[in-house]
Design a protein around this ligand. Structure first.
Ligand code: HEC
Ligand code: HEC
Length: 333
C-alpha cells in the first residue's frame, strides 16, 4: 500500500479531537510504562524475547560480576549470523542490549570490554540470551552473561572509634537545655530580657557564673532546695542540672577537645567474604591503612577484627565503575 495516498476522512474538528485524546492517552500510558516497561531499561536479566518475541533478533543483559548484581554499561556485543551479516551494539546502563535487525541463526556472539573479548564456545541457535536454558541457570532467575572488568585494588583505613570521655560540650549538651527551657524568657525581647541565655557569651557572663565555682548564680537559681532556686521548676530535671553543674564546676565551661576519633589501628585483620568464604584478606599497616589487591567486582561482607576490639562487619560493593575507599572504625573493648 502506498502511504502517500492516505487522506484523512474525518472532518477537521473530529480529527483534532481524536488527536487530543490520542495525546492524552499516550502520556498516560507512558507514565504507567515509565516505571515498569516501555523502555530499554527494564526487566534486566529477564527473558526479553519471551515478551518481545521476534521484534528483537538478539537481546539480553550483561553484568560485571558473577553474582549478577552489578550491571555493565558499554560492553560491546558483536554478532555474525549464518549469512555473514554482522551487527554490533553496546549494553545500556542497566546492562541491557537488543538488536532489531533480522539475523539468521546460528549466530556467532562475542562480548568485549576494556580490551578483553569473550567468545561463545558454540554458535547460538537463538538470540534470546536471557532465555531459560541459555545464560540462565534456572527458571525465574536472572540472566548470567558477565564479563569481569579489570580487578582493582581496594584501599582503606581502620581508625579507633571515638571513646566516650564524658566530656560536656556547650553546643551539644548545654545549649539545647537553655534553648528549650529558658530562652523563651531569657532573650532580648523576652520576659527576662536583662539576663539573656541564648549564646555561650550570655550564659558565661560574669554575673551568671564563675567557671569552677559551685556558688555561681546560675547554679543557685536552679537549686531546688535553695530559696534562690526559683528557676528550678522551669528546668525540673536532675540529670540536666548535673550536666550544667559539671560543665561549670568541673569543666570550667571549656570545650575540651574538638574531635573524639581515635588514632589508627595497626595490624587489624581485614576480610572480604562472600557467604562464609573469605575471598580477600589483609592487615592494616602501622598507619591503619590497608590494600587488598585485584578485588573482583561484586558484593561482599567486610569483617575487621583485632584482639581487644569489637569485631566490626558491614556490607561493601566492589564496583569498578564507582570505586571508593573503605574507611572503617573499630571500638576498643
Ligand atoms: C515481562 C515482559 C517483558 C520482558 C521480560 C522484557 N520486556 Fe521489554 N517491553 C515489555 C513491554 C510490555 C514493553 C512496552 C510495549 C512495547 O513498547 O512494546 C516493552 C518495551 C521495550 C522497549 C521499548 C519498545 C521497543 O520495542 O523498542 C525496549 C527497547 C525493550 N522493551 C527492551 C527489552 C529488553 C532488552 C529486555 C530483556 C532484558 C526486555 N525488554 C524484557 C515487556 C517486556
Ligand atoms: C517564664 C519565664 C522564665 C523562664 C522560662 C525562665 N526564667 Fe529565669 N528568670 C525569670 C524571671 C522573671 C527572673 C527574675 C525573678 C527571679 O529571679 O525569680 C529570672 C531570673 C533568672 C536568673 C537570675 C538572673 C536574673 O535575671 O535575675 C537566672 C540565672 C535564671 N533566671 C536562669 C534561668 C534558667 C537557667 C532557666 C531555664 C531552666 C530560666 N531561668 C527560665 C523568668 C524566666
Amino acid at each position: 500500500m502506498n502511504k502517500n495516498r492516505f487522506k484523512p476522512v474525518f472532518p477537521h474538528k473530529v480529527f483534532s479531537l481524536f488527536l487530543f485524546f490520542a495525546v492524552i492517552l499516550g502520556i498516560a500510558s507512558q507514565q504507567v510504562f515509565a516505571e515498569s516497561c516501555g523502555n530499554e531499561f527494564h526487566n534486566a536479566g529477564q527473558d526479553c524475547k519471551g515478551c518481545h518475541g521476534n521484534k528483537f533478533s538478539v537481546a539480553g543483559t550483561i553484568y560485571l560480576d558473577k553474582g549478577v548484581s552489578i550491571p555493565l554499561e558499554g560492553a560491546l556485543i558483536k554478532i555474525t549470523d549464518a549469512m555473514g551479516v554482522k551487527a554490533s551494539l553496546y549494553s545500556n546502563r542497566v546492562g541491557n542490549f537488543r538488536l532489531y535487525e533480522n539475523m539468521t541463526p546460528p549466530l556467532q556472539v562475542s562480548v568485549a570490554y576494556q580490551g578483553r573479548e569473550l567468545f561463545m564456545n558454540a554458535k547460538a541457535a537463538y538470540g534470546g540470551c536471557n532465555n531459560d536454558g541459555c545464560h540462565i541457570p534456572a527458571a525465574g532467575k536472572p540472566g548470567k552473561v558477565f564479563i569481569p572488568a579489570r580487578d582493582y585494588s581496594l584501599t582503606g583505613s581502620v581508625m579507633e572509634a571515638g571513646v566516650d570521655t564524658g566530656e560536656i560540650s556547650y553546643d551539644k549538651d548545654i545549649k539545647p537545655i537553655f534553648d528549650t527551657k529558658c530562652v523563651i524568657c531569657h532573650k532580648s525581647n523576652g520576659a527576662r530580657s536583662v539576663s539573656p541565655l541564648a549564646s555561650y557569651a550570655d550564659v558565661t557572663a560574669p554575673a551568671m557564673l564563675t567557671p569552677g565555682s559551685a556558688d555561681s548564680l546560675l547554679i543557685q537559681k536552679l537549686d531546688k532546695g535553695s530559696q534562690l532556686g526559683t528557676m528550678w521548676p522551669y528546668l525540673n530535671d536532675a540529670k540536666q542540672l548535673q550536666t550544667i553543674r559539671d560543665w561549670i564546676v568541673n569543666q570550667n565551661c571549656l570545650e575540651l577537645s574538638t574531635s573524639n576519633v581515635g588514632g589508627p589501628v595497626p595490624d587489624a585483620e581485614v576480610k572480604l567474604k562472600q557467604g562464609r568464604i573469605v575471598k580477600y584478606q589483609g592487615y592494616t599497616n602501622r598507619n591503619g591503612n590497608f590494600i587488598l589487591k585485584k578485588v573482583k567486582a561484586g558484593d561482599y561482607n567486610v569483617a575487621i577484627s583485632k584482639k581487644g576490639y569489637d569485631t566490626s562487619t558491614q556490607t561493601f560493593r566492589m564496583d569498578p565503575n564507582n570505586r571508593t575507599t573503605l574507611d572503617l572504625s573499630l571500638k576498643k573493648r
